[in-house]
Design a binder for this molecule. Structure first.
Ligand SMILES: [Zn+2]
Length: 181
């Protein structure tokens, strides 16, 4: 059911659906959660903490539940961060990575109106979220690097990383460059 939704939205958005690269699951979870967290902070939704695990994925705890447009943007920012990372290092296509079904479903359910209007609204918000994540990409990478090392970050550490000047976390990107060959 959710997989069908993933494929139908991928068709609508003209995206390819791909599997996460083998062996890089933790990196993918970290960039995904960093995408959610940075989008929430950009929209002034306070982040309480962020957790990543290799096998069970991750979670960003927010101090309040975003609604409507903000919920769509925060939900899409995780899958989009994964897409941008893979697009930079593996494939030239804009993609959705298998495993993002729940976020895509949440985002879709937060749109309203007739189907045609919902699709148009969803596409606009997808593009806006992509611009937001792209603009904040150094911060997303930086936070993802810290998440791979720390696995759990409380709010004060998340905000400290996002306020600081991003360092170049080259070790985070190296395995993707190797995978590219
Ligand atoms: Zn997510």
């Amino acid at each position: 059911m959710t997989t069908r939704l993933l494929h139908s939205l991928a068709d609508t958005l003209d995206l390819a659906v791909v599997l996460p690269p083998a062996g890089l699951e933790l990196h993918m979870v970290a960039i995904h959660e960093a995408g959610h967290a940075v989008a929430a902070v950009e929209l002034n939704i306070p982040v309480s903490d962020v957790t990543v695990t290799r096998h069970n994925g991750g979670v960003v705890m927010l101090a309040s539940n975003p609604r409507g447009t903000k919920d769509v943007v925060v939900s899409l920012a995780g899958p989009i961060a994964e897409s941008i990372l893979l697009q930079s290092y593996q494939i030239a296509l804009d993609v959705l990575v298998v495993g993002c079904e729940l976020d895509i479903r949440d985002a879709w359910q937060s749109t309203a109106g007739s189907r045609g209007r919902r699709v148009a609204h969803f596409i606009r918000l997808y593009e806006a979220t992509r611009r937001l994540v792209t603009q904040r990409w150094p911060a997303v990478l930086e936070l993802a690097g810290h998440l791979v090392e720390r696995r759990f970050m409380p709010a004060n550490e998340v905000y400290a990383v996002l306020r600081a000047e991003p360092t170049e976390i080259t070790w985070f990107l190296e395995p993707f460059e190797r995978a590219k060959g």
